[in-house]
Each structure stands twice: as structure tokens, then as C-alpha cells.
Design a protein around this ligand. Structure first.
Ligand SMILES: Cc1cc2nc3c(=O)[nH]c(=O)nc-3n(C[C@H](O)[C@H](O)[C@H](O)COP(=O)(O)OP(=O)(O)OC[C@H]3O[C@@H](n4cnc5c(N)ncnc54)[C@H](O)[C@@H]3O)c2cc1C
Length: 409
């Protein structure tokens, strides 16, 4: 019998698999893709550093061709740029530099690492359902690469299936976030203009001129940049009966600083579309099962928090699972013990997301009025979301925009 079956070989699944397997437990990781494949979500937050250090992959990342990311910079609807937020401002350590990654290669590094630590990694293996005895998860039914369907018994099932959210959908515990009903259209470009020096790898966040949508601009290897537009689902896709490519171009024309950067650039593939990606499960764990990464929840692409939260929840779930084996306790309380603190950290990002989408709110005005909040803002942009300094910005911020109630576990 497997000690643990992990569904999904993205950052969350590979992190759990590595950190549980290295403690000597039998881990089986199922990934439905047959090999490295395209994925959106390329910009990392600096706070990923600690999990990379525990996983032992910092050297691999340092030796990679992924561009270094030192900062994030915002462009207002007028086209005016903020000063870049350099992560080293609040943390002079090497961990304040991070990477812009090609997800196919990055996810592969983490899966290989899980395998090197002793996890069995089965590619082309798609979980169909989680098997239960009463309330207790006891395994996974999966279609394997050769087409056979097998029941794989396990003491713990980890759902790391990303936006598929296999368990949360099935159990009907997935709650969408009505205020964040968004869609995105994106592609890669080759030959775009980049800023020089330390800013070459910066993430740019650019509002369009009517502030109805915003673009990300993420420098990647091989002279590529990832460019995507995000807006309300209704505004971006439902209201216009047009092809996604045409909508992308229409929005691009409303974003002068980006038009300048893409003047000589060529798209690398037809645009892709994703929609309705903001949700959270209302439970994180049950008897014999736990949710990590996007399988638990995803907020919004704006601050590039997705991979960080996937890695962190993977790391904390691994600690809970390892302790569960020591105590022979596979209860919801044991497996999901990290949930309240994790959800509180997610809340910090969620509130900052709401602030970003508030029409009358501007970070420049906020920091002018409350300069003492600058470090807290940089903390959250860096992924240091579990600190009191990060939480402290929201009382002042609530004086300038409307923030949501805490969505605690
Ligand atoms: C438009 C957009 C832009 C984004 N930009 C960023 C960004 O710049 N930075 C950032 O950090 N995050 C970004 N994200 C979020 C980021 O992509 C995710 O948060 C992150 O990939 C989550 O990692 P994960 O391991 O939980 O899930 P995933 O990376 O999605 O991995 C899940 C894995 O499970 C596999 N799988 C699914 N179902 C099954 C099954 N039934 N059986 C077996 N395997 C299965 C999938 O093939 C996949 O490999 C963005 C998201 C969106 C929607």
C-alpha cells in the first residue's frame, strides 16, 4: 500500500511528494500530462526561497537560464509608471531576488526533485476519483498511461490537481468569489523591448487607459515575454462577440506603454484563454485527505502569489503528513492543522487584490497618506504574508477603499 498518493505534479504536489518521501514514506505522485507542458503562472514571489531551500533546488534555479526578478512595477491608466518596488528594500538577503520561470521546465525541476527524494512519479496517470470508506479517504482510482484503470490504496490522499480541484468540486465545497469573476487572455512574444540592468527581469503590471483591464509583462528566457490581459469576465469575453485574439489586440491598444514595448515583437503562439479562476474550498482537509495549492483555492494573478501559495501549502501539508505518520493520526485536525494560519496569509493577498480592483484606490495615494505602510506592502508583494507587519496595513487601507470580510477556515 502507498503511504501517500498525490494527485497532480505541479509545484504543490511535487513539494508535498518530495518532503514526505525524504522522510522514508512511500509516495506515489500521479500527473496526467505525459511530459513537460505549457502552463501559465511564470512569475515567482521572493518568499518562495524558503521552500526552495528546504527542497534543495536553489542551486538548480541559480544555475538555470530563468531571468532574475528584483522588483515589480505598476503603470497607471495614464501610462505613468510607479517607482519599482524592489524586494531588497525590506530584506537585504539574497532571498529578495527570485525568478521568472518557464513553467514546463520549472515544474519538471520540482518533479525530478520529488523523484530524486524517493517518490514514484507516474506521468500520463489521471486520477478519476478519490475512494472513501465512510468519511475516510482510502485511495485513488486512476487511469494509467497504458489505459488501465487501477485503484491505488493510500493512508493519505493529497489533492494537488490545480484548477481541476478534483475533490473540492466533487464534494461541492468549492466557493467562487463573485467579486473576482475574471478572465484572462495571454500568449508569449519574442523580441519585445526590455528595460536595462536590474530592471530587465521585472514584472510589469499595466492598467489599460479606461482601467477596465490590466496587463502583465513577464520577461522569460530566449528573448520571450509572457503577456496577458485580465478583466471582468463580462467585460472581457461576454460583452464582446469577438475572437479572443481580436479582444487581446483591442485591449492592447488601450495600453500605450505596452504597445511601445511590443512594437517589434512577434507572438509565439495563438492566444490562450482562461476564465473563472478565483475560488476557495471551505475545508482544507478531512480524514485521510488534504488539499494543497490551487486545489484548495486561487485568488487572482495580479500579485503572482499562486506558485508561492502552492509551494507553502505543499510544505506545510508535508509537515502535517509526516507528523500524522509519527502519531498514527490521520484526522482532519491533524492533516489540516496548518489551515487557519495558511488561510490568514491568503487573506492578506486577497485584501490587496480587492484594493487593486477598487476604482478609486491608488497605491501611490495610499502610501503618500500612510508612508509607514510601505514595508507591509512590499512584504505582501514579496510573499511575506504571514507577518503582523503585513496585516497592519489593512486598517489604514480600509479608510481608502472597501475591503472584504475575512474568509477564515
Ligand atoms: C491567468 C493566470 C496567470 C497566473 N500567473 C501567475 C504568476 O505569474 N505567478 C504565480 O505564482 N502564479 C500565477 N498563476 C497561478 C499559478 O499558475 C497557480 O497558482 C499554480 O500553478 C498552482 O500550482 P498547483 O501545483 O497548485 O497547480 P498546478 O500548477 O495547476 O498543477 C496541477 C497539476 O495537476 C495535474 N492534474 C490535474 N488534474 C489531474 C488529475 N485528475 N490527475 C492527475 N493529475 C492532474 C495538472 O496536469 C497539473 O500539472 C496564474 C494563474 C492564472 C489563472
Amino acid at each position: 500500500m502507498n503511504d501517500v498518493v498525490v494527485i497532480g505534479g505541479g509545484p504543490a504536489g511535487s513539494t508535498v511528494a518530495a518532503l514526505v518521501a525524504e522522510r522514508g514514506h512511500q509516495v506515489l505522485l500521479l500527473e496526467r500530462e505525459r511530459g513537460p507542458s505549457f502552463k501559465v503562472g511564470e512569475s515567482l514571489m521572493p518568499a518562495t526561497y524558503d521552500t526552495f531551500a528546504r527542497l534543495g533546488v536553489l542551486d538548480k534555479l541559480a544555475a538555470s537560464r530563468f531571468p532574475r526578478k528584483y522588483s515589480v512595477q505598476f503603470f497607471a491608466a495614464s501610462g505613468k509608471a510607479s517607482a519599482p518596488f524592489y524586494f531588497s528594500e525590506t530584506n537585504a538577503h539574497e532571498s529578495s531576488t527570485t525568478w521568472q520561470v518557464l513553467r514546463s521546465e520549472f515544474d519538471q525541476i520540482l518533479r525530478d526533485n520529488a523523484a530524486a527524494k524517493g517518490a514514484r512519479v507516474w506521468l500520463g496517470a489521471s486520477a478519476q476519483e478519490v475512494l472513501f470508506e465512510g468519511e475516510r479517504a482510502v485511495g485513488v482510482r486512476a487511469k494509467l498511461a497504458d489505459g488501465q484503470v487501477e485503484d491505488l490504496a493510500a493512508k493519505v490522499v493529497v489533492d494537488a490537481s490545480g484548477q481541476s480541484a478534483l475533490m473540492a468540486r466533487k464534494m461541492k465545497i468549492k466557493e467562487t468569489e463573485p467579486e473576482l469573476k475574471k478572465a484572462s487572455i495571454f500568449t508569449h512574444f519574442e523580441g519585445a523591448l526590455r528595460d536595462p540592468g536590474i530592471d530587465e527581469g521585472a514584472t510589469l503590471i499595466l492598467h489599460t487607459d479606461n482601467k477596465d483591464s490590466w496587463f502583465w509583462y513577464i520577461p522569460l528566457p530566449d528573448d520571450r515575454v509572457s503577456v496577458g490581459v485580465v478583466g471582468d469576465l463580462e467585460y472581457l469575453l461576454q460583452r464582446r462577440k469577438k475572437e479572443a485574439q481580436e479582444i487581446f489586440q483591442e485591449e492592447l491598444q488601450k495600453c500605450r506603454p505596452l504597445v511601445q514595448r511590443l512594437e517589434r515583437a512577434r507572438p509565439c503562439f495563438p492566444v490562450k484563454v482562461t476564465r473563472d479562476f478565483s475560488y476557495r474550498a471551505d475545508r482544507l482537509a478531512g480524514a485521510g485527505w488534504v488539499l494543497v495549492g490551487d486545489a484548495f483555492g486561487f485568488l487572482d494573478p495580479i500579485y503572482s502569489s499562486g506558485v508561492f501559495l502552492a509551494l507553502k501549502s505543499g510544505e506545510w501539508a508535508a509537515d502535517s503528513i509526516n507528523e500524522a505518520f509519527e502519531k498514527e493520526d490521520f484526522s482532519a485536525a491533524q492533516l489540516g492543522g496548518f489551515g487557519p494560519e495558511f488561510a490568514q496569509g491568503m487573506e492578506a493577498v486577497r485584501k490587496l487584490v480587492y484594493a487593486f480592483y477598487s476604482r478609486d484606490f491608488s497605491f501611490a495615494q495610499f502610501l503618500q497618506r500612510f508612508p509607514e505602510c510601505k514595508e507591509g506592502v512590499v512584504d505582501i508583494l514579496s510573499g511575506n504574508v504571514f507577518t503582523a507587519r503585513a496585516r497592519a496595513i489593512f486598517a489604514p487601507m480600509a479608510q481608502m477603499c472597501s475591503l472584504p470580510e475575512d474568509h477564515i477556515l
